[in-house]
Design a protein around this ligand. Structure first.
Ligand code: SF4
Length: 383
């Protein structure tokens, strides 16, 4: 068995939030008093029990509890969930276990319980330290809560911490973007994810677009941000992900390297390779429907076979995000395409000719131009 096939990751979707952010296109829902979180946790474990049958013999190398706002759940339920997962599947002792938290729903006690229950990486949805920006983004927290959340996470003793930041946002400026980044770096979190706001279909911002900073200011924020992160010791290992040495996210790297994962929870996606066949799974988006199906023992997640053509697209869309690139043998191994494919060669040569890829021995890497024009690079694999 090839090493990458020995591992599997688990993504757990916890879909509720205190309010819906106007830019959010995630599968998230308003939390109401009628939500039975305990029953949802039971469903997640039932869901895992079903899906893990697709991947017998695999060992879990990372678990990611994302949302939504996972920190809205009681810490005892999170502990029960993690205990239940490790009862149902073998989890490596070294597994990275990440929990997303939002500043408004964080407390010292909750964090202590998370830590005791095995969570070893915390990802904090800060987005900005400016109240003007947080208000314009309708975030349910303020700057003080953002700083307190980071300090609490550090005080409880988490060493592996990510801070999420956004730039190019309404009410933001070049100066506020750089102040945000400087402040995030001053906490020495080990990992920073820095995203430019994009207006997605189906969001409130898509219906009534906010006024955004001028594109020149956004570009300056982006490029000066790259420089500042680099000079502060952060390595850009993915388009939006920066880490100090040894702090890159192994769970996210697993996705970007086209590894296999089980996705449990409302709207969760999964990917499992069986022999040469790649399957995608997808759960019902609505938490009510998701829970109903499981209650009726209809754990029939949609399962579809991925064609070779789609596997190549999926592989390329993920791997081109990584600054370290990939080996051609890895592409063939993970997509199931016969080595020496004319179609693969043709696309790679096109990307090289456009100045998007460079080869060093067996490794193919996106160039600086390829990173900057990532959409154009990815389009080569879509056409
Ligand atoms: S907190 Fe996160 S998941 Fe929830 S609505 Fe806002 S952006 Fe979406």
């Amino acid at each position: 068995m090839l090493p990458w096939r020995e591992n599997i990751s688990v993504y757990v979707h916890l879909p509720w939030c205190t309010s819906k952010c106007p830019y959010c296109d995630f599968n998230s829902f308003l939390r109401t008093p009628s939500v039975r979180e305990d029953l949802y946790i039971n469903c997640l474990l039932q869901d895992l029990e079903e899906d893990i049958k697709l991947a017998p013999g695999r060992v879990v190398s990372s678990i990611y509890l994302g949302g939504g706002t996972p920190s809205l759940f009681s810490s005892e339920l999170i502990a029960r969930l993690l205990e239940g997962i490790s009862e149902k599947v073998p989890v490596r002792e070294s597994a990275e276990i990440t929990l997303e938290i939002n500043p408004e729903s964080t407390s010292f006690r909750k964090l202590e319980v998370y830590k005791r229950s095995g969570v070893n990486r915390i990802s904090i949805g800060v987005q900005s330290f400016s109240n003007d920006v947080l208000t314009a983004l309708s975030r349910p927290h303020n700057d003080i809560e953002a700083r307190n959340a980071i300090l609490l996470v550090e005080e409880v003793g988490f060493e592996n911490i990510n801070i999420d930041l956004m730039f190019g946002v309404p009410s933001g400026t070049y100066n506020s973007d750089m102040l945000d980044l400087n402040e995030a770096i001053s906490f020495q979190p080990g990992h920073i994810s820095r995203y430019q706001l994009t207006i997605e279909e189906g969001t409130k911002f898509h219906v009534s677009p906010p006024k955004l900073p001028h594109e020149d200011a956004i570009y300056r924020s982006y490029s000066d941000g790259l420089e500042l992160l680099k000079n502060s010791g952060f390595n850009r290992y993915e388009v939006s992900a920066y880490s100090l040495s040894g702090r890159s996210s192994s769970h996210n790297l697993h996705y970007w390297r086209y590894g296999d994962y089980i996705g449990i929870g409302a709207g969760a996606h999964g990917k499992v390779t069986i022999g040469k066949d790649i399957y995608r799974t997808k759960k019902a988006d609505s938490p009510t429907l998701y829970m109903k199906k499981l209650k009726e023992k209809r754990a029939d997640s949609e399962k579809r076979l991925v064609s070779e053509e789609d596997a190549l697209i999926e592989y390329a869309i993920n791997i081109t995000r990584l600054t370290d690139g990939f080996e051609l043998s890895d592409l063939y191994d993970k997509t199931g395409i016969e080595p020496g494919s004319h179609e693969v060669d043709e696309k790679i040569i096109r990307a090289e000719k456009a100045g998007f890829f460079e080869r060093k021995g067996d490794v193919i890497k996106p160039t600086k131009k390829g990173q900057l024009f990532l959409n154009d690079l990815q389009l080569i694999f879509l056409n």
